[in-house]
Design a protein around this ligand. Structure first.
Ligand SMILES: Nc1ncnc2c1ncn2[C@@H]1O[C@H](COP(=O)(O)OP(=O)(O)OP(=O)(O)O)[C@@H](O)[C@H]1O
Length: 301
C-alpha cells in the first residue's frame, strides 16, 4: 500500500507559537482520514503545509513522494477546500464551475450539475452573495466533483445546516466508493463524520495524539463507575483520560482499555461498572488541553 502523505518530525512555528510540534505519521492511499482536534490544535497549519501552500519550519513532509511546497505535481493532484476560497467577485456560480473544470483531470461536470441542482444553487448567483452555508455547499460540490487523488476538506461543514451536512457526507461517501481516492477531512468533533471515516488522526496542541482506525477507537478506552477508593486500584498505573465526580464518594473515570480479565472480574466483584466510551466523547477527552474543564473557571481552582 502506497503512502500518499508522510511526515516525520514536522514542525511549524509562527514567531514563538509552536503550531506543529514534531509530527510523524503516514496516510495510506485511498483512505478517508479525519483530522480531529480542538481550536488551535494545528489542523489548518498541517493541511496547508500538506497542500504545498506553506513551508514547514523543520522536519520532513512528502506528498506523492514529493516535497509539496510549490510543487506542480502535488498541486495538479490535490484540491484544498475551505471556507475562504478566493474567487473573483463578479463571476457567477456557473462561470466558476466552468472555470475550474480544466484544472482537474478527473472533473465530473455532470456530477457537479446534479449536486448543484439538488442543493438549489442558482447558476446565475454571485459567489460572494451566497450565505455562509451555501458557500460551504458550493465549495463542497467543487471538492467532490474534482475527484482529486488527494482531496482535503478543512472544516467543510462550517455554516451548513444539519440536513445539508448529512447529504454532504453521504454524497462524499458514495462518490468515494465509486471512485476511491485519498480524502482528509478536518473537524473539531468526531460525531458527525465518524460514519464516513476509516482512520482518525487526533491532534492536541500541535502534536499527534493518536492515529488509528475508527474501529480501534471504539475499543481504546473504558469507563469505570464506582466508589472512589475502589477505583483507585484500577486507575493507579493508568493514564486517566477523564474524571467526573458523581456525588460525594463515587466517580466516573475513563482509562485506556488495558484491563486484564482478572482485573475485570475484580472490578465487577467490588461493584465497579465497566462501560463503553462514546468515541466522539473519547476524542474530546484525548485532545483536551484543560483537564478540569469549564468548571475550573468557576471553582477558583
Ligand atoms: N499566520 C499565523 N500567524 C501566527 N500564528 C498563527 C498563524 N496561523 C495559525 N497560527 C497559530 O497556530 C496555532 C494553530 O493554528 P491552526 O489554525 O493551524 O489550528 P486549527 O486546529 O486549524 O484551529 P481551528 O480549529 O480553530 O481552525 C494557533 O495557536 C494559531 O494561533
Amino acid at each position: 500500500m502506497m503512502n500518499v502523505v508522510e511526515c516525520s518530525g514536522l514542525t511549524k512555528t509562527y514567531g514563538n507559537i509552536n503550531a506543529l510540534n514534531k509530527m510523524s505519521f503516514a496516510i495510506e492511499e485511498n483512505k478517508i482520514t479525519g483530522l480531529i482536534g480542538p481550536n488551535g490544535a494545528g489542523k489548518t497549519t498541517l493541511l496547508k503545509i500538506m497542500a504545498g501552500f506553506m513551508q514547514q519550519s523543520s522536519g520532513e513532509i512528502r506528498v506523492f513522494d514529493r516535497s509539496p511546497f510549490n510543487d506542480l505535481t502535488v498541486s495538479a493532484n490535490m484540491i484544498f477546500v475551505d471556507d475562504n476560497m478566493a474567487l473573483p467577485q463578479t463571476l457567477s456560480l456557473a462561470d466558476i464551475l466552468e472555470g475550474v473544470a480544466p484544472f482537474y483531470a478527473n472533473w465530473d461536470a455532470g456530477l457537479a450539475q446534479r449536486l448543484f441542482a439538488y442543493f438549489n444553487l442558482q447558476p446565475g448567483q454571485c459567489h460572494h452573495k451566497l450565505s455562509k452555508g451555501m458557500k460551504s455547499t458550493f465549495n463542497m460540490i467543487i471538492g467532490i466533483a474534482a475527484r482529486c487523488p488527494l482531496t482535503i476538506f478543512d472544516e467543510p461543514t462550517t455554516g451548513m445546516d444539519a440536513g445539508v451536512r448529512k447529504d454532504f457526507y453521504r454524497a462524499l461517501l458514495k462518490d468515494y466508493l465509486a471512485h476511491p481516492r485519498t480524502i482528509i477531512l478536518s473537524s473539531h468533533l468526531l460525531n458527525e463524520i465518524q460514519d464516513v471515516l476509516e482512520d482518525v488522526l487526533l491532534m492536541r496542541a500541535g502534536e499527534k495524539r493518536l492515529h488509528l482506525p475508527v474501529s480501534d477507537l471504539k475499543e481504546y478506552a473504558v469507563g469505570l463507575r464506582g466508589r472512589r477508593e475502589v477505583l483507585e486500584q484500577f486507575s493507579g498505573n493508568r493514564e486517566v483520560l477523564y474524571r467526573e465526580a458523581l456525588g460525594r464518594d463515587s466517580e466516573y473515570l475513563v482509562v485506556q482499555n488495558t484491563l486484564s480479565e482478572t482485573e475485570r472480574q475484580q472490578a465487577k466483584r467490588s461493584g465497579v461498572e465497566i462501560l463503553p466510551v462514546d468515541t466522539a466523547d473519547l476524542c474530546v477527552y484525548l485532545t483536551a488541553t484543560n483537564k478540569g474543564g469549564i468548571d475550573d473557571v468557576f471553582s477558583g481552582a
